[in-house]
Structure formats: C-alpha cells, structure tokens
Design a binder for this molecule. Sequence first.
Ligand SMILES: Cc1cc2nc3c(=O)[nH]c(=O)nc-3n(C[C@H](O)[C@H](O)[C@H](O)COP(=O)(O)O)c2cc1C
Length: 115
Amino acid sequence: MVDLAKPEDLLHGDVVVLACGTWNTGGSEGQLSPHMHVYLRDTAKDVDLKGRSFAVIGLGDERYFYTARAGQYLKQFVEQHGGSLVVEPLKIVNEPYGQEETVRAWAKTLLPHLQ
Ligand SMILES: Cc1cc2nc3c(=O)[nH]c(=O)nc-3n(C[C@H](O)[C@H](O)[C@H](O)COP(=O)(O)O)c2cc1C
C-alpha cells in the first residue's frame, strides 16, 4: 500500500516494481492515482535512486484519452531520481483477464534481474 510507504522503501531489493492505476488526480485525466501522486511528489520527492533498479506497470482503461499514462509518470520519477528501468514498462489496459500471456512474457524479461 503506497499510502503507508516510506521513501527508503524504494531502496530495498534487487528490483522495485512500481505499479499504479491512471486517475484524474488534481482534475485532469491521465494522472497518477491519488496515493501514488502524494508519495512521489511529496513523501519520496528527495530520494536518491542512483544505482537502483526498477520496473514499472501502468494500468488504465481505454475509455480515457490518456490511456494508462501513469506508467510514463512512474518511469519519469525513477529516471529523474537517478534510477533505471531494467525492463520495458508494462501497460495493462482494461480488465487483466485474458492478458495473462502478456504479463507472463513481461515477467520473464524481469526474472533475470532478480538474484
Ligand atoms: C476517477 C478515475 C479516473 C480515471 N482516469 C483514467 C485515465 O485518465 N486514464 C486511464 O487510462 N484510466 C483511467 N481510469 C481507469 C483506472 O486507471 C482503472 O480503472 C485502474 O487501472 C483500476 O485500478 P484502481 O482500482 O487501483 O484505480 C480512471 C479511473 C477512475 C476511477
């Protein structure tokens, strides 16, 4: 639960996976979900991610113009704080049912980065 997370939680493990639904936080569409917004913009805004590895997952719904754009903001946060993505961002649009193969294929690219 990101509302309980501390900045230093981003510094543990081989790879930290950040995942977030896309919301209309602050009024316009295509934003981070409210708790992730607060965490990245306030709670963890000064964290140094140099040398740290990440993977990001953006969730969303095709009814919206900025479909699953939260993933882009997660990527931006990681890179702006000196971290790097070890795999391509995963985007999950609409219900995840039937998308298991996409998730499995993505997870396979992540696996070698876990020790
Ligand atoms: C208030 C609200 C705004 C949303 N805005 C977007 C959006 O701009 N783009 C998008 O792709 N999905 C949008 N969605 C769909 C959510 O991203 C999707 O339902 C989400 O992945 C479900 O995860 P959650 O229940 O953790 O939010 C929105 C959903 C809600 C409730």
